[in-house]
Write a protein that binds this ligand. Structure first.
Ligand code: ICE
Length: 477
């Protein structure tokens, strides 16, 4: 059993830093105790020299928001590396023939080289767009996702987009998401939301709008999450017209101003567009959480309350339908997982949204934190945590390693950069960005998989073999 977190533990961990860095970092870490308030610094620049896990604006715009939109080509505009390394790793699944209906699994780049940097890349951009349109005639549009050098040399992608849109007759969206902007991928989300707002939203009308039309926002279909979420909403009698952006389409984004309600799962990455649609089109929006049966049930009721009795009745029917299945999952896994302690460190939503699912299995989250959350995310997180737990913002490699080694959780849930570090140190681990090649974890379809995966990590028989033979006591024959 590890240490309980407290102020002196935090102080000791931070004591290795130079004074200035120590003071700055202290503001990002809070131990929740009886009566403490959520005073945590967030969404500011990381301290130079300290290794943290953040991404960049390009990652937030291209990788997170635009990438999953399947019938568009998202051009990684600039040198080849950013495109290559943002290719496929997020596991945002799509349906449809690749290269015809879905371009998400593919990678397109303008592959800048020295002469493009010296003489400018606008001509090359035109050529690439023309070529892609010719090779893939069914494409419904392009996003031009700028990498750092494009902004640094001052290329005018906006006028190229305008010109080529006329020539190619599909929407072409310039996205100014150069990686040097802002302090994390979070600004990339915002930039991408703004680009959707300015170039797609409201540009098409559907003539079959209905009273139960909704959009599912901030679900990127990681491992099939959006399909699991959509299933519940449709069984409730709602019509999911658009998903932002998992397995999403250009038409869906263009006509999204016609829905009656915006349901938002990932608040961090898409609250911007929800606020805009509320102000401009009067569409209300509602946060919900489809991780684990307790939160799903609460969310179904909250969503149904926005509609009439038919939807409310159907909502209850959905809850009742899946209750036995959820019971079965809990009966099977809870005895194996009861009392297990978890520490999380993920991007901007999951460190709080998954807590209920762990609790459904009898587990406790004793530490959590975000790479790039803002104050409003921590305000939502604090009430979810018990006393004697720790919350860390933009944690450094050193801090996370120390907290985990000292608190000794039974499971660590974090990303690829953390995975092998902690697995090799003997901590059961699940990757909570891409669901470790598994998923979905959302919805009633996801919970059995979530439970199985956590059990598999924690109770794997491999753990009993981890001790080196020479460290075991000699067997008596
Ligand atoms: Fe939202 Mo990795 Fe998704 Fe969240 Fe966001 Fe990222 Fe994914 Fe993580 C994401 S959109 S890519 S739910 S940027 S897993 S905030 S860090 S916790």
């Amino acid at each position: 059993m590890g240490e309980k977190p407290n102020a002196s533990m935090v102080e000791e961990v931070l004591s290795v830093y130079p004074e200035k860095a120590r003071k700055l970092r202290a503001k990002h870490i809070v131990v929740k105790e009886e009566g403490s308030t959520c005073a945590i610094k967030a969404n500011i620049k990381c301290v130079p020299g300290l290794m943290t896990a953040r991404g960049c604006a390009y990652a937030g715009a291209k990788g997170v928001v635009w990438g999953p939109l399947k019938d568009m080509i998202h051009l990684s505009h600039g040198p080849v590396g950013c495109g290559y390394y943002s290719w496929g790793g997020r596991r945002n699944l799509t349906k449809g023939v690749v290269g015809v209906e879905s371009f998400t699994p593919m990678q397109f780049t303008s592959d800048f080289s020295e002469s493009d940097i010296v003489y400018g890349g606008d001509k090359k951009l035109e050529k690439v767009l023309r070529e892609a349109r010719e090779l893939f005639p069914s494409v419904q549009g392009f996003s031009i996702c700028s990498e750092c050098p494009v902004g640094l040399i001052g290329d005018d992608i906006e006028s190229v987009a305008k010109k080529m849109m006329k020539e190619l007759d599909v929407p072409i969206v310039p996205v100014r998401c150069e990686g040097f902007r802002g302090i994390s991928q979070s600004l990339g989300h915002h930039i991408a939301n703004d680009a959707v707002r300015d170039h797609l939203l409201g540009k098409r009308e559907r003539d079959d709008a209905g009273p139960y039309d909704i959009s599912l926002i901030g679900d990127y279909n990681i491992g099939g999450d959006a399909w699991a979420s959509k299933k519940i909403l449709e069984e409730m009698g709602l019509r999911v017209r658009n998903v932002w952006t998992g397995d999403g389409t250009v038409e869906g984004m263009m006509a999204a101003h016609q829905v009656k309600l915006n349901l938002i799962h990932c608040y961090r990455s898409m609250n911007y567009i929800c606020r805009h649609m509320e102000e401009t089109y009067g569409i209300p929006w509602l946060e919900f959480n489809f991780f684990g049966p307790t939160k799903i049930k609460e969310s179904i009721r909250k969503i149904a309350a926005q509609f009439d009795e038919t939807i409310q009745r159907k909502g209850e029917e959905v809850i009742a339908k899946y209750e036995p299945l959820m019971r079965k999952v809990i009966d099977e896994y809870r005895p194996r997982l009861e009392g297990k302690r978890v520490m999380l460190y993920v991007g901007g939503l999951r460190p709080r949204h998954t807590i209920g699912a762990y609790e459904d299995l009898g587990m406790e989250v004793i530490g959590t934190g975000y790479e790039f959350a803002h104050k409003d995310d921590y305000d939502r997180t604090f009430p979810q945590m018990n006393n004697e737990t720790i919350i860390y913002d933009d944690a450094t490699e050193h801090e996370l390693g120390e907290f985990i080694h000292r608190m000794r959780p039974d499971l660590v849930g974090s990303g690829i950069k953390e995975k092998y570090v902690f697995e090799k140190a003997g901590f059961p681990f699940r990757q909570m960005h891409s669901w470790d090649y598994s998923g979905p974890y959302h919805g009633y379809d996801g919970f059995p998989i979530f439970a199985r995966d956590m059990d598999m990590a924690i109770n794997s028989p491999t753990r009993t073999l981890a001790k080196a033979p020479w460290k075991k006591e000699k067997e008596v024959r």
